[in-house]
Design a binder for this molecule. Structure first.
Ligand code: ZN
Ligand code: ZN
Length: 246
């Protein structure tokens, strides 16, 4: 039997949306769900401010921070972290969270997403529709370049769902995570890392983390399908930072 200890990647209504909010629950609802599942800790990690529809509004960051300080007093039985899932982009520090904004968060994750500017979004989107398959190498190289730069130039806690949404050179990404001590995510909502990707990463000295990536409170603490992939790939559970054998 296994048990998740910390869920470092969950979304709330601070990830807004064009009509209804992208994250469905409040931070308090996510925390309550985490308490009821017996987790030791939970992070609120809404989408970075550069996402055109789902990104947290910069002016809301201090409001969320105040709410997290309040929740820590109400729920002392659980660790509550303020994080953000930054978007990987081209140029600058390769994120939509600027270096001077890192201090606003307990830690910063980053992942590749559509819905941002300057991230080869159109070509990757079309590629995923089955067109431009002949361009795989070129696309994978430039996608990997911005992901590796984001990992190397920032102190990230987690690289979220590597391999999702865009072709990449996974060996180079694993090497960058090894060098920087960045945890590689096995995401329970997205299928990445998938089993083949996990096998590519296994020889590198990297740690893995399972995240629910919950967009509604009832998904907080979900880890089961991600754990199945890890076991299927033959990865020792001691390399997964937030799973305990019980
Ligand atoms: Zn994501
Ligand atoms: Zn997410």
């Amino acid at each position: 039997m296994y048990k998740m200890t910390f869920d470092y990647h969950t979304h709330t209504i601070y990830s807004p949306g064009p009509v209804r909010s992208h994250g469905k629950g409040t931070p308090e609802e996510n925390v309550r769900a985490a308490v009821s599942k017996g987790l030791k800790g939970i992070a609120i990690s809404d989408h970075g401010p550069g996402h055109l529809t789902y990104g947290i509004k910069r002016e809301k960051i201090s409001e969320l921070h105040r709410e997290i300080l309040r929740l820590r007093k109400v729920y002392p039985e659980i660790e509550i972290y303020m994080s953000v899932e930054a978007n990987i982009v081209q140029g600058g520090n390769f994120l939509d969270v600027r270096p001077e904004e890192f201090a606003l968060f307990d830690f910063v994750h980053a992942g590749y997403h559509f819905g941002v500017r300057n991230a080869f979004v159109v070509s990757n989107f079309i590629y995923n529709k089955g067109l431009n398959k002949g361009e795989r190498e070129k696309f994978a190289r430039r996608n990997t370049d911005i992901i590796v730069n984001a990992v190397m130039k920032n102190r990230l806690k987690i690289l979220t769902h590597p391999g999702d949404k865009a072709p990449v050179e996974m060996k180079r990404i694993a090497a960058a995570c090894e060098k920087t001590g960045t945890w590689m995510e096995v995401n329970n909502s997205h299928g990445h890392l998938d089993i083949d990707e996990l096998k590519i990463c296994a020889p590198y000295d990297v740690k893995f983390v399972i995240s629910s990536d919950a967009h509604k409170p009832e998904k907080v603490g979900s880890y089961e399908t991600a754990l199945e992939r890890i076991l299927e790939a033959g990865i020792d559970i001691s390399r997964v930072v937030n799973i305990e054998k019980v």
